[in-house]
Write a protein that binds this ligand. Sequence first.
Ligand code: BG6
Length: 495
Amino acid sequence: MEKSALIILFGATGDLAQRKLYPSLFRLFQKKELNQHFAVIGTARRPWTDEHFRQVISESLGDIGEKAEVDEFAQHFYYQSHNVNDSEHYVTLKKLAEKLNQQYQCDSNYLYYLAMAPQFFGTITQHLKSEEILAPGFNRLVIEKPFGTDLKSAEQLNEEIRAVFPEKEIFRIDHYLGKEMIQNIAAVRFANPLFEKLWNRDSIENVQITFAEELGVENRGNYYEHAGALKDMVQNHVLQVLALLAMEVPTRFAPEEIRAEKVKVLSAVKILEPKEVAEDFVFGQYDSGHLGDNQFLAYRQEENVAPDSQTETFVAGKFSIDNYRWAGVPFYIRTGKRLTERGTRINIVFKNLPVDLFQTTAGLGQNILTIYIQPTEGFSLLMNGKEIGPEYLIRPIKLDYRNSEELTSNSPEAYEKLLLDALNGDSMNFTHWDEVAQSWRIVDAIKEGFIENNCPVNLYPARAMGPEASFELLEKDGHQWIWQPEQWYQERNLL
Ligand code: BG6
């Protein structure tokens, strides 16, 4: 059904708006979720005109729509040059908002989208209140990460925005939560008795979560130098996935219940002592490298990166969850830039049987459930079976399911889903403050340990799967990374 809303977008000239938000809004328009009764005010410092803004929007859509449709869509967009610290600008913004609210009959529902650096969140929200921009319909605040740079700054930021918006009207984006296969984790766990019965320390040996990126830091050196992989990926995406995998069964499949379980399990994640960080975590940074004929620069040679930068572009680590379900089961995580292949996947490695009845020479292979998040989407289950033939040989067999390419390419993109959820007021796939706070508690301790121990940032060649130390991390527990995409390239001398 068509939504009525006025969207006020701060950061309208930015990369995120052009790459993700405008195409997502357009798809919602094509599906008539947004139709007549919506308008968008884009704000940023640059002095653009409405015409120029609409032009940028049309261009950002590439070839996803017919010209007439794109033109009609773009007519709903207005631009206002805005300095977020200048109260006067909010007065103009208010006038424009009221005019468009009437013109497009938006039912006085306002959605404020902050696609900009977090140091401005407080000022913007305070001004929305003091200049009385908030409307009598709904007032929802959508904010992008990073939410603070540590627990303390996040708390302060939270206080500032909570002085204006109640928690239920705040939609903190973690775009991974909008991805199809992340949403599928709950289905795998809670719709399959087979897995739910085994989902604990009795049957699971270890869990592996990999977020691998092929790309380097691109043009985000300024931001990334201060963030690093730990804050850029682990604090949010990785810990969210870990929470979804490890939480208890919620009593209902509803936002409050799921959130309560996620918070509970995050609070059970062991907070590491500084010396444990040195043992359980590995940090890396990409050096120059090649894959086949393609050469890649070292991180330190990238734009806006210090030539002696100690920022980590890779983290691998071991999390322990101190509760009945998971005591003793390591949750290994790794994430990095300029790795061999782009891929997010989860491997659930099951314990082996106590006795190998078949006396298999290499030992029985382990059952492994893999959840492929991206770029391919699906599941596989590695089992053992008998090889066809006269001898009784056991060999691994893979049951493999992938969502078809046609289905995946037609399914809504993460941002489209999340925007629609926010317009509907559905907070299931957004991060609650309690989750953010728990995640920072965990990550702050790792960061502290990193500094206190002067942990090395190990160089790894671009397109490798991280430094050697990341492999040793598992080896010392008698395990290994299940997903090793580099082997295929190494066998062909491409790496
Ligand atoms: C973002 C990080 O949150 O996620 C980026 O800031 C990262 O550094 C990106 O590249 C990865 O998202 P996706 O959807 O491309 O896997």
